[in-house]
Design a binder for this molecule. Structure first.
Ligand code: AMO
Length: 430
């Protein structure tokens, strides 16, 4: 078995490695290679006069990005990456790479995002891009660990559904035999139904599909949502859960991903501090009006320009609370004393919204009323509404965008950088 490149040290006398040929150079008396696997890069040098002629023949045929297996002696050498290099005794080309390459993996020639996404498999070979996905993997792992440690049950809800959850305009219709169906926008209705099932604390990490036409740097048509729902909890409880989760994820990435962070030139991941500031929707639109000189009428959504201005003023993660009931979905619980406001919240990073959530309406009659007030028909939600008549506990929850979390954490400029194969207005392949 070959050894991960990271583990090859000057103390290792002999090593077998397998990986991709990052660079090839013929320096006259010396053939020089950099071999890469997901753990790092190793210099391999073959003095032409000393290497077995059969091995030299193979070495001479190797093209960049070919897959090779090399065995040889490890020697300490100051100038090499990691202070060591390999002098080959045996070489095998496992698969020769065609030339010219689709992309420059060494990144001497920068490529447009579209070109990179067309050849995504090769783009991901770049150590910087591998690092993004190592960090994303750690984020997802840390979330699982955090939620399991707090006794959450993992659920998987259907992605082919019969009704809208968040309102009707953002749905992808699909042909489901003789019926009309849609790709799921959110596990919302199902995670709530699991409260009536008695699970008390559930989470799901899965795809959500949004047929929004916009083509922006923070929207995808297929995104990954981290959803939770908790019984006998209110909006305050799940806001605390959310901020604790964010801190835990940052801490774990900081502890476990130091090499990936270094590759991305992030010297230190600043871990947010709890409690995150809470501002009301009214505070938020006041800040926006002051900073942008444009008034947002009460009840309108906070647009991108306003969001940016408020983010600049806040300078850290924060919550916007006390939203107008008219702009939040029917399932958000209105305040008892002032029903024009509701128990919904958004979690914001200074750059953008990361999550939204609420205490939910658990009273059947009120829910029907709210569905009607949004111009929707309760008859289309029968399967969802029935559990509210047979013992639905009070509950609250949120949905957090995985790509936005990763993107803001490591300062990526475009959300497409945070997902392997983005789906957007124009991109369906690869
Ligand atoms: P919402 O629609 O606000 O709420 O979505 C929750 C979070 O998911 C992410 N997100 C997206 N990310 C990238 N591209 C998109 N098109 C996209 N749409 C959403 C965002 C957003 O904050 N059911 C509620 C959640 C709840 O109340 O539990 C919901 O779906 O980060």
């Amino acid at each position: 078995m070959h050894m991960p490149i990271k583990k090859v040290t000057p103390e290792t006398e002999y090593a077998e490695i397998a990986g991709w040929v990052h660079e090839v150079r013929d320096l006259g008396g010396l053939l020089f290679f950099l071999i890469r696997d997901r753990t790092g890069i190793l210099q391999v040098t073959a003095p032409k006069k000393k290497v077995n002629p059969a091995v030299l023949d193979v070495l001479k045929r190797i093209s960049r990005e070919s897959v090779v297996r090399i065995r040889g002696r490890v020697i300490a050498i100051d100038k090499a990456p990691g202070g060591r290099e390999l002098v080959p005794d045996e070489v095998e080309i496992l698969n020769q790479c065609e030339t010219p390459l689709l992309l420059d993996v060494v990144e001497k020639v920068p490529a447009e995002l579209d070109t990179r996404l067309d050849a995504r498999f090769m783009d991901i070979r770049k150590p910087r891009i591998t690092s993004v996905f190592l960090i994303r993997s750690e984020v997802i792992k840390a979330i699982h660990q955090f939620l399991f440690s707090r006794d959450f049950i993992h659920i998987t809800s259907p992605k082919i559904v019969a009704a809208a959850t968040e309102g009707g305009t953002e749905l992808f219709p699909i042909a489901y035999f003789e019926k009309e169906a849609f790709l799921s926008q959110s596990p919302q209705l199902y995670k709530q139904m699991m409260m009536a099932a008695g699970f008390e604390k559930v989470f799901e990490i899965g795809p959500i599909f949004r047929a929004e036409e916009h083509n922006t740097t923070k929207h995808l048509n297929e995104a990954t949502s981290i959803d939770v729902e908790v019984s006998f909890a209110d909006h305050e409880d799940v806001m605390r859960l959310l901020e604790d989760l964010i801190v835990e994820v940052y801490t774990q990435v900081s502890n476990r991903c130091s090499e990936a962070l270094e590759t991305l030139s992030i010297n230190e991941l600043i871990i947010p501090r709890t409690p995150f500031p809470r501002i009301t929707y009214q505070n938020a639109i006041d800040i926006a009006a002051r900073k942008t000189k444009e008034n947002i009428p009460f009840g309108d959504d906070i647009g991108t320009t306003a969001e940016k201005a408020i983010g600049e003023e806040m300078g850290e993660h924060y919550f916007i609370i006390d939203w107008p009931t008219v702009i939040k979905p029917y399932y958000a619980m209105p305040h008892l004393d002032s029903p024009e406001l509701c128990r919904a919240f958004d979690l914001m990073h200074p750059r953008m919204e990361l999550a939204s959530g609420a205490q939910r309406v658990h009273i059947h009659e009120l829910l029907i009323e709210q569905i009607r007030s949004k111009g929707l028909q309760p008859e289309n939600f029968e399967f969802y509404l029935t559990p509210f008549r047979y013992g639905m506990p009070p509950h609250a929850g949120w949905g957090l965008g995985a790509e936005r979390l990763v993107m803001t954490m490591i300062d990526l400029t475009n959300i497409r950088e945070a997902i392997l194969f983005p789906r957007d207005r124009h991109r369906l392949v690869p």
